[in-house]
Ligand binder design. Structure first.
Ligand code: UT7
Length: 332
């Protein structure tokens, strides 16, 4: 019998309406459209302004559209996994909250936190449940309300991030399609370069931590940049070698969208022409867990059944990795 593989059979996204432009940011901190476009490649990002709504809301809105479109009832979902670094609360999990929003009652649900690699880590995890043969419909949610942990007085970080929620359906197949391979790493030695200083069990929230602005993203950009380029490129090239993939046989590189210069460097190391690299960073910035599914969703019509995709990400931890997927359907 052929091996059971996990395929993405549908996806959708939720984008908040509010658009924060570089012009507006330039009035908030000492920056400019020119600097942000040259150094990062972001023009605008979406912000969830409603203080009563957060990540669970965004991923649930994406999932509602997806279930509707796929004509899948909430009762058919066996498992819900949510990739997020900005959960609504430390507990319960955002996946649990999303189940409640969606009326999903026959599933178990949990979150995965791997910063900007959260989506690929969660996709690999979800695919293992499907490959077991026990799970027929897994809902994979990925989203972040980065505006809840961004310091809008810090020009080093505030231009970089945006908010978004996404949802994907994973189902089994015995065709040679879907999640083919992964190559992932983590290195906690990177913890000093990209992190949230307070609010966890090491440094619980206090008057002092709030006063010291320690509940916002802290990043040493230059160091993270160097590790991101070399590690994302290394795993992507190794994935190509493992599967004898060439720039000609790869249809798309779908990279995490943190910086256009990182994306370009990874594409060049893989020998790919720019038209095979999915990029939408200019409109949404770095939405952390949501960047890769947001790219796939926007370009769904370009994806062909059997097409070879490499997904690659790098994030806080450090965490990084590449996945090889064979896309499972044509969108007419
Ligand atoms: O997604 C998770 C992983 N994260 C990443 O992959 C992010 C990786 N890092 C980066 O993308 C880049 O390092 C940044 C975009 C964060 C920063 O770009 P950079 O080219 O590495 O700039 P820098 O931090 O070395 O700063 C260069 C200069 C500094 O001024 P001086 O010291 O040379 O006078 C900064 O103060 O640019 C200044 N600068 C700014 N100027 C205008 C930093 N931010 C800004 C700004 N506007 N927003």
């Amino acid at each position: 019998m052929n091996k059971i593989r996990a395929t993405i059979t549908g996806l959708d996204a939720y984008l908040p309406e509010y658009i924060l432009t570089n012009e507006e940011l330039s009035q908030m901190v000492d920056t400019s459209d020119e600097w942000i476009m040259q150094r990062v490649g972001i023009k605008e990002r979406r912000i969830l302004k409603d203080p009563s709504k957060a990540t669970a809301f965004m991923v649930s809105e994406a999932a509602k559209k997806l279930l509707n479109k796929k004509k899948v009832s909430p009762s058919e979902i066996d498992l819900v996994i949510c990739a997020t670094t900005t959960p609504d609360m430390q507990f319960p999990s955002t996946a649990c909250l999303a189940c409640d929003n969606l009326g999903i009652k026959n599933a178990w649900a949990f979150d995965i936190q791997a910063a900007c690699s959260g989506f690929i880590y969660a996709l690999e995890t979800a695919s293992k449940f499907v490959e077991s043969g026990q799970y027929k419909k897994v809902l994979l949610l990925a989203g972040d309300k980065m505006s809840s942990i961004v310091d809008y007085t810090d020009r080093n970080t505030c231009p970089l991030f945006g908010d978004a929620g996404t949802a994907l359906l994973l189902e089994p197949t015995t065709e040679e399609l879907g999640v083919m391979d992964h190559l992932f790493f983590s290195d906690g030695a990177g913890r000093d370069f990209l992190y949230l200083k307070a609010g966890g069990s090491l440094n619980p929230s206090s008057f002092e931590t709030v006063k010291a602005r320690e509940h916002f993203v802290y990043q040493e950009g230059k160091t993270v940049f160097k590790f991101a380029v070399s590690n994302m490129a290394d795993v992507s090239v190794e994935m190509m070698n493992r599967h004898h993939l060439t720039p000609e046989t790869i249809d798309w590189l779908v990279p995490h969208q943190a910086n256009l210069r990182i994306i370009d460097a990874v594409g060049r190391r893989m020998g790919l022409p720019p038209e095979k690299v999915m990029i939408n960073i200019s409109r949404y910035g770095n939405t952390t867990s949501a960047t890769i599914p947001l790219c796939l969703w926007e370009n769904e019509k370009e994806l062909r059944k059997g097409g070879n995709l490499i997904l690659a990400a790098f994030g806080g931890g450090f965490t990084w990795g590449a996945m090889y997927l064979k896309w499972a359907y044509d969108t007419l």
